[in-house]
Design a binder for this molecule. Structure first.
Ligand SMILES: [Zn+2]
Length: 294
């Protein structure tokens, strides 16, 4: 009888153990490894960077730059940007849309053997530089903060993961960036394809209510391919995505989940060649040049 009770007790314990273990499973498409990485960070007016925050892997940008002064980016962002610039240069034909003065859109055909020519306008900006940029912008804008230029600490450019990318022609013909850039094939191609290189269009049109920043067709933010693909497939801004995964993380931790343990599990999956679930689900296909494993 005692033995039976012991067996029953063990069974009950085992069942409840496996039940709590099952509850703590990470059931979100994006891996904890990606979410815990620096490139997942959210920076905005409510999530400020410290004055002394400097990314530790800044490197000189290797792509074509608009100004002769040097531009720095985080290493990973720089590599991804270079891959995007190279891919753009191979696009010799592209259908894009332009808006007429009556507000109607018509299709146009881009054709050039040189491909789409992108140019990097801006990358990493220190807290101090952003302070100057912001003050200069205010002076130019009659002291009005319209959301275009971020106050120091609120700019993604301080992360080293954000870059302003224009087309060579647009840069040559426009002193300031405005949303007319969207009428170029380069802007539309970037919006359509940047997630394949780990970038998101950080401030999309008509999402100002969420981002609190007006549409910026040039502002690309590196978040890694897994997060970029997930966000794009689900039409999420970084604000929405962050609140979604933070909720998932809270539930995971409340159910006894262990972040370190989960990251070890993900590392072993990667070591065994398991592809990212996100990229399997949403990743592009048919492009042999880009490996889907990460
Ligand atoms: Zn920017």
């Amino acid at each position: 009888m005692k033995k039976l009770a012991a067996v029953l007790l063990t069974l009950v314990l085992l069942t409840s153990y496996s039940a709590s273990f099952a509850e703590a499973e990470w059931d979100y498409l994006v891996t904890v490894t990606e979410l815990e990485s620096d490139h997942a960070m959210l920076v905005n007016r409510e999530n400020l960077l410290a004055e002394d925050y400097i990314p530790d892997d800044l490197t000189r940008a290797t792509v074509k730059c608009a100004s002769s002064s040097k531009v720095d980016l985080c290493k990973e962002a720089n590599e991804a940007l270079a891959a995007m610039f190279e891919a753009a240069a191979l696009v010799t034909e592209y259908t894009y849309r332009v808006e007429g003065s009556d507000g109607t859109w018509t299709e146009k055909q881009f054709k050039s053997n040189e491909g789409l020519r992108l140019i990097l306008k801006s990358g990493y900006r220190s807290y101090g530089t952003q302070k100057t940029t912001y003050n200069n912008y205010l002076a130019r804008n009659n002291g009005v903060d319209d959301g275009i230029s971020s106050p120091p600490g609120a700019s993604e450019h301080q992360t080293g993961l954000a870059c302003d990318v224009l087309s060579v022609d647009y840069n040559a013909n426009n002193q300031y960036m405005n949303d007319s850039f969207y009428q170029t094939p380069e802007a539309q191609w970037m919006e359509e394809n940047c997630h394949n290189y780990g970038f998101i269009l950080r401030y999309p049109a008509d999402r100002e209510d969420v981002t609190k920043v007006p549409y910026e067709p040039w502002h690309m933010r590196y978040v890694g391919r897994e997060i970029a693909s997930y966000m794009t497939a689900n039409s999420l801004t970084l604000e929405e995505f962050t609140s979604e995964w933070k909720d998932k993380m809270s539930a995971f931790l409340a159910a006894g989940g262990d972040v370190e343990q989960q990251m070890l599990l993900e590392a072993s999956r990667r070591a065994n060649g398991v592809e990212s679930t996100v990229l399997e689900e949403y990743g592009e296909d048919g492009d042999a040049e880009i490996s889907l494993t990460f």
